[in-house]
Design a protein around this ligand. Structure first.
Ligand code: 13P
Length: 248
């Protein structure tokens, strides 16, 4: 069975005063039977990792190289050294803002693995691609190009985030989420060791809120969520974590 994971992506939000949100989550979910992850900005990774409790910490991106002349970038080795256990790679905001290709995302995932970080590989179609009936093809291309061969349940999480659902308050129908997750599971099984593909956690992301979390978590092949805006406040993210705990 895949592990249940509630992951918060703070994006470019959060200063040291925000660490109190993580403390509150740790208190509210001590002894939780689901995995809880916060990916704060790089400036807070080491401070977040030093906090007491069971909240895991991840980066939001890493460079494919271990070190070198790459001004402004952070390597997987640096995230590991700061106490991270995970790193998000290929988020749509990076694919768009920084023109990241599937090959770059693939190389970042390999860098994450080499530091024993779990890579959270993000994929998802645009609204135009969905309306053109290209969703499965886009997901297949992104999975084939971004998830390195040899992916294991222990080192890879796949997050399905329809680009048009991110930060918009819109989500696909529950049927569409189910279909996308079933397609992703099947495609991963065709490319990787079947038992590993069936053990990988598949997250849904895009406008997950306390009000829709329980219905999303009830869907087949949805093992958790990657949450943006609603992960910034402990009260909201805690409600989402509770919905995942209740579904486990
Ligand atoms: P929102 O939850 O704010 O829609 O963001 C989703 C996301 O991009 C998480 O990585």
């Amino acid at each position: 069975m895949p592990r249940k994971l509630a992951a918060g992506n703070w994006k470019m939000n959060g200063v040291q005063a925000s660490l109190g949100e993580i403390r509150t989550l740790a208190e509210a979910h001590a002894g939780s039977d689901v995995d809880i992850l916060i990916c704060p900005p790089a400036t807070l990774v080491s401070l977040a990792a030093e906090l007491e409790g069971n909240i895991q910490v991840g980066g939001q991106d890493c460079h494919a190289n271990k070190n070198g002349a790459h001004t402004g970038d952070t390597s997987a080795a640096m995230l590991k050294d700061s106490g991270a256990g995970y790193v998000i790679v290929g988020h749509s905001e990076r694919r768009t803002d920084h023109k990241e290709t599937n090959q770059q995302v693939h190389d970042k995932a390999l860098a994450a693995w080499s530091e024993n970080l779990i890579a959270v590989v993000c994929i998802g179609e645009t609204l135009e691609e969905r309306e053109n009936g290209e969703t499965n093809q886009v997901l297949a291309n992104q999975l084939a190009g971004s998830v390195p061969i040899g992916a294991l349940a222990a080192n890879t999480v796949v997050a399905y985030e329809p680009v048009w659902a991110i930060g918009t308050g819109k989500i696909p129908t529950f049927e569409e989420i189910s279909q996308a997750h079933a397609f992703i599971r099947g495609f991963l099984a065709s490319q990787h060791e079947t038992s590993e593909a069936h053990g990988m956690s598949l997250l849904y992301g895009g406008s997950v809120k306390p009000s829709n979390a329980a219905e999303i978590f009830a869907l087949n092949n949805v093992d958790g969520a990657l949450v943006g805006g609603a992960s910034l406040k402990a009260v909201d993210f805690s409600a989402i974590i509770s919905a995942l705990e209740a579904s486990a």
